[in-house]
Every structure is written in C-alpha cells, then in structure tokens.
Write a protein that binds this ligand. Structure first.
Ligand code: HEM
Length: 236
C-alpha cells in the first residue's frame, strides 16, 4: 500500500519533530551531566573538608583542587572549537562553552579566595607583599584578571551590546590567560617537578592548531566559492 504525498509529509514532519524533541532531551541530559561534572570538584573539596580528609596541608589541598580544576576546565573551553571542526556531529559542543568558561572563573575565584583567606588571612600587608614579591602569585592574579572581563561579558546582553566582532576580540584574552596560568603553575612548583607538563602540552597543541584550522576553513571557503555554478562567486 502506498502512502499519499500528504501523509508522507505528515510522517516526515512528525519524524523531524520527534528528532527535535529527542535532541532537546539529549541536550538536557548532557547539560545535567556537565553541571554534575563541573560541581564534582567542589563537592569533593567540601566532602574532604567536612570529613577532615584534606590531608596534612588542608589549605594547599584546597588550592590544589580549585587551581587544577580551573586549569583543566580552561583547557576544556579551548578544546571545544578544534573538536567541533573535526566533525559537524560535534557542533553541539558549543552549547557548553559558556557554561564551562563560567565554571573556570568560578573555580579560579574560589582558588583566589583560598589564597586571600587561608594563606593571607585577609591581611592587606601579606597580600601586598605576596603580589609584589612572588612571581607565581603575580601570574595567578594576572590570570584571574584576564578571566574577569570574559566572565563579566558572558551574558547574551553583553554580547549584543559589544557586538560579535568586539566580543570575539575581547575573548582572545582567553589564550593569554591559558599561557599566564601555565607560567603560574610552572613557577609554583619546585624545580624539576614536571606536573605542569601535561597541561603545557595540551595548551600548546590547542593554541598551535588554531592557525591551521583557520587556514583550512579559508581554503574550504575559497574552494566552495570558486566551484562552477556557485552564484556567490559571480561578481556583480
Ligand atoms: C588571584 C589569583 C591566584 C592566586 C593568588 C593563586 C595562588 C596560588 C597558590 C598560593 C598556590 C599554591 C598552593 C599550594 O600551596 O600548593 C597556587 C597553585 C596553583 N594555582 Fe593558583 N592562584 C591564582 C590564580 C590561578 C588561576 C586563575 C589558575 C588556573 C586557571 C591557577 C592554577 C593553579 C594551579 C594549577 C596550582 C597548582 C596546584 C597544585 O600544585 O596542585 N591559579 N595558586
């Protein structure tokens, strides 16, 4: 038995609607998972603090959890664009970039508060001495200051107000923040300790791959516009 054109259309519309609903529910599940994943380090820190299992140096452990979380989440936000360009199937990743970026700032701020409160006891003289004398602290503060305007301009209102171009330009600061965070980490650890190496490798790959991806995108766009029959290639 053949379906009429109308019922076939209705069936495909229903299919598309179902797919859209499915997609929305998938996004919801993914968002929930991302939120849980992003809150897990905080939950760990709270659990360890409450159960007194932060180890022999609780302040350092708190600084470590919050610092490393901010660091790897920062690498995660930088990985989203390159990952998306690998396949159109990964384009959904963009939905999580702002959320991840805000969590970077959240953990960086908790990390800074750990320092202000637990290391410096909110004592202005200690804070000033640290900021002016210790280069790894200077780099930490610089990183936080670079992340601040990105967090402040993350709202849709701010994006509209700034305009896409300016917003994109401002958000280039994230690359600088990734590098200053790297310097902060290297200067914090003792000579010979290699724990910042994996982050350094990932960040250098992520930053290095960007010009290559941009070049590839331009090449594809050029090939597309010069294809015979493409009206966009005809100059008025
Ligand atoms: C106001 C800004 C900042 C200050 C004052 C600061 C301060 C500190 C301090 C005192 C430590 C040493 C903790 C210890 O005793 O082991 C530390 C470690 C660290 N910080 Fe920061 N930091 C700042 C910003 C940042 C930011 C923005 C990031 C990441 C995006 C970051 C990532 C790290 C990492 C990865 C460590 C090493 C953790 C470990 O070895 O386990 N910091 N920071």
């Amino acid at each position: 038995m053949h379906m009429s054109a109308n019922s076939a259309n209705a069936a495909s519309t229903a299919n598309a609607a179902r797919l859209a609903i499915m997609k929305r529910s998938t996004v919801l599940i993914l968002k929930t998972l991302v939120w849980i994943g992003c809150l897990l380090p905080l939950a760990t820190a709270i659990y360890e603090a409450v159960t007194n299992t932060l180890g022999p140096d609780p302040t350092a452990q708190l600084a470590s959890i919050t610092g490393l979380t901010a660091l790897w989440m920062l690498a995660g936000t930088l990985a989203i664009s390159p990952l998306r360009s690998l396949s159109p199937r990964l384009s959904w990743l963009i939905k999580f970039r702002r959320l991840l970026g805000l969590f970077v700032f959240f953990y960086a701020s908790l990390h800074m508060l750990t320092w202000l409160g637990l290391y410096a006891g909110f004592d202005l003289t200690t804070i000033t001495a640290d900021i002016t004398k210790r280069r790894f602290i200077i780099m930490g503060v610089t990183t936080w200051l670079l992340l601040l305007p990105l967090a402040v301009t993350s709202t849709t209102w701010a994006i509209r107000k700034l305009g896409g171009k300016n917003w994109n330009r401002l958000h280039m600061l994230v690359y600088l923040a990734a590098l200053t965070a790297m310097a902060h980490y290297w200067w914090k650890v003792k000579t010979g300790v290699m724990s910042p190496a994996p982050y350094t490798l990932v960040i250098l790959v992520l930053l290095g791959i960007r010009p290559l991806l941009a070049w590839n995108r331009k090449r594809k766009a050029r090939a597309e516009s010069s294809r015979p029959g493409n009206l966009a290639s005809i100059e008025p």
